[in-house]
Ligand binder design. Structure first.
Ligand code: PHE
Length: 490
């Protein structure tokens, strides 16, 4: 098509795209499309936009061309001796036809008889409306006066539209063929210098970009949303966990974890070498922590060792989110009046573990904390029962355990119907007075807390045996895309 247009132009001085469409017997849009690719090749043609008013017939107008105007049809239906008006009005379009025929003086109403009769007033008529519409239909709308056209438009026999087209002339770079335009500037073109003679395709800034494929939520994030929902339903508030780097004071000392405890060894904890130490602590509180470790207090005999400030200063990647719980409890203790709190968090923790199918050096911890007056072990078990029931786990067992910061402590086991055995899912306890009282929390307040990993329920839920299929470089992205939303069986 593009080359046919060029050929036509080489033989004629100018042409409109509408004319070309007629000559080639093609749609106007197709001609415009071909013109666009000619224009992309440079100034082969000069293009001048033209808008023309076009007048065309409506469906009713087409009817008039075929059958005659409504008034003419009506006139022809009136017999020599006349017809009753009621009878005449049964004809289609009679209402318009009658009033036009009356005002044209074609018919009259004879009221001397009863009922009155409609009779022809003139022996013959000339249907100008039909003639004009025939002219318009043939494209000769200029032969019809503007006044008549306005009338036909009002009668909805014709309608006007604007036709946009282009007038084409030969341009300064006129040629009979289109060059293939280069889309890329290559190293070869630069080295050989051929780029100087090549024509490059213009950028199309109007083009729509390729739609980006959307992101997908990792199964861990889906299970996390479910856990979060459960905590929120139970009235818990989320703790701010946005600090992976913590210092030993909050991660261990504040939790009454002695400085010689094996967990504080580099074999179990990732210490941070830059910056190696923290320098700001709540001074009085730090003093009380030092005392409870070294000398005891609050009814406790302490550990009786020489507590080192330097050891508490050491920065590390937090080994549990209980460090965040400690900060939040300390903060609550600074309030004028203690108000009961229910807090939770779900975020990453880091441990210097030997990696295997179920252990990585980082994982997510789900943590819950409740502080109130007169809480007991029964409350702890009660809250678990509800929490795990919402997870779809109804068979729970508890086993005494040890944590430096809780007494009593309980490991939580649940019966896994798929594996048909009891598996450990979490750890819990009641925070020790040696942890809470130095913070400044009033006597008589009990804090119950528990923690579990997010990975373990996710692995069970999504059927992974190896944690490396869930986290890390070997994760199959297809799995991430295709894994369904998490719905815990409630
Ligand atoms: N911090 C414990 C852990 O890392 C979990 C825990 C939280 C235990 C709160 C008792 C109370 O396993």
């Amino acid at each position: 098509m593009a080359e046919r247009i060029l050929k036509y132009l080489s033989e004629n001085s100018d042409v409109s795209t509408l004319k070309l469409a007629e000559i080639f017997n093609e749609g106007h849009q197709k001609v415009i499309g071909a013109l666009k690719s000619i224009q992309a090749n440079g100034e082969l043609v000069i293009v001048e936009p033209v808008s023309e008013k076009n007048v065309e017939l409506t469906d009713e107008g087409k009817f008039v061309v075929n059958q005659g105007s409504h008034e003419a049809v009506l006139y022809n239906s009136v017999p020599q001796d006349g017809i009753s008006q009621a009878e005449l009005m049964k004809l289609p379009n009679a209402k318009v036809g009658f009033s036009k025929a009356m005002s044209n003086g074609w018919v009259l109403v004879d009221k001397s008889v009863n009922p009155p009769l409609v009779k022809r007033k003139v022996p013959q008529i000339k249907d100008m409306v039909q003639e004009h519409l025939k002219l318009i239909d043939a494209g000769k709308y200029k032969d019809v006066s503007d006044k008549d056209k306005a009338d036909y438009k009002k009668r909805k026999l014709i309608q006007e539209s604007i036709i946009k087209s282009f007038l084409l002339k030969k341009g300064p770079e006129f040629s009979l063929t289109l060059n293939k335009l280069e889309t890329d500037l290559t190293t070869d073109m630069l080295l050989s210098g051929s780029w100087k003679n090549l024509k490059f395709k213009d950028y199309n800034f109007e083009a729509l970009g390729a739609p980006p494929s959307s992101g997908f939520l990792h199964p861990l994030l889906k299970v996390r949303s479910e856990f979060r929902q459960i905590f929120l339903e139970m009235g818990f508030n989320e703790m701010p966990t946005n600090n992976y780097v913590e210092n030993s004071f909050w991660n261990f000392d504040a939790l009454f974890q002695p400085q010689q405890h094996p967990a504080r060894d580099a074999h179990d904890t990732f210490f941070v070498s830059f910056p190696q130490y923290s320098h700001t602590f709540p001074e009085e509180y730090l003093e009380r922590v030092k005392n409870v470790h070294s000398k005891g207090g609050y009814g406790s005999q302490g550990y009786g060792y020489n507590w080192q400030y330097n050891e508490a200063q050491k920065n590390l990647l937090r080994t549990h989110t209980t460090a965040v719980s400690a900060r939040m409890l300390y903060k609550a203790a600074q309030e004028k009046e203690f108000a009961p709190i229910k807090l939770f968090s779900i975020d990453k923790v880091f441990r210097n573990e030997t990696l295997d199918a179920t252990h990585l050096a980082e994982f997510h911890q789900v943590e819950g904390v409740i502080a109130d007056y007169h809480l007991s072990l029964g409350d702890l078990i009660g809250v678990f029962t509800e929490f795990f029931r919402k997870l779809g786990i109804t068979e729970l067992e508890f086993k005494p355990a040890y944590n430096p910061y809780t007494e009593p402590s309980m490991e939580i086991f649940c019966f896994h119907p798929g594996l048909k055995k009891w598996i450990e899912i979490g750890n819990s306890g009641i925070f020790r007075p040696e942890m809470l009282l130095p913070m400044g929390l009033p006597q008589g307040i009990t804090v119950i807390a528990w923690g579990l990993s997010l990975e373990r329920p996710t692995m069970i839920k999504y059927g992974f045996n190896n944690i490396r299929d869930l986290v890390g470089p070997k994760v199959d992205l297809d799995m991430v895309q295709k894994s369904p939303i998490c719905r815990l069986n409630k």
